[in-house]
Design a protein around this ligand. Sequence first.
Ligand SMILES: [Zn+2]
Length: 201
Amino acid sequence: MNTNLSPEHVRALLESCGAYQEGHFELRSGRHSGGYVEKFRLLERPEVASELCRALAETWRHAAIERVAGPALGGVIIAYEVARALGVPCAFAERAGENLEFRRGFVFRPGEKVLVVEDIVTTGGSARQVVDAARAAGADPVGAAVLVNRSGKPLDLGVPAVALLDLDIASFPPEECPLCRDGLPLTAPGSKGTQKEKAGR
Ligand SMILES: [Zn+2]
């Protein structure tokens, strides 16, 4: 069975569940952009998330991975599904002040080969912290795999890393936004995706 997915196919799957949308968006920062990613639209669709996680698992199947680990919250689901595809256990790391750490009684064998997974990487901070947490727990984080790298830069997670899809989404200050200039209706996705013009009514 060929479970490798092309970036075009990955993008189509994300669009099919509304996890990636094109249009004219006002981001929480106040900047405007022509694309918007909402991972929870993917995580609420097990059949789509599971297909993407199987493809993620294939990228590291050669590496004799012994456990898959991800950052809570979204990474719990991704780690679980990738681990299922690889036939190994999973674990998840949780916020502890500035860092992430493994709680809940997760114990790693010394040198256990761990694959770190993440859904959508914006800065890479969480995935990098899972790499650090796995090392701190005595394991050997050998690599990372993420569904979408939307940082606009190559992944820098402290271990060799692959992404199923790279998205470089430009954003603009409102006064310089070409989509405003074209008169496209503006959407504020944080407020249930309703059009902004309607929000005050
Ligand atoms: Zn705009």
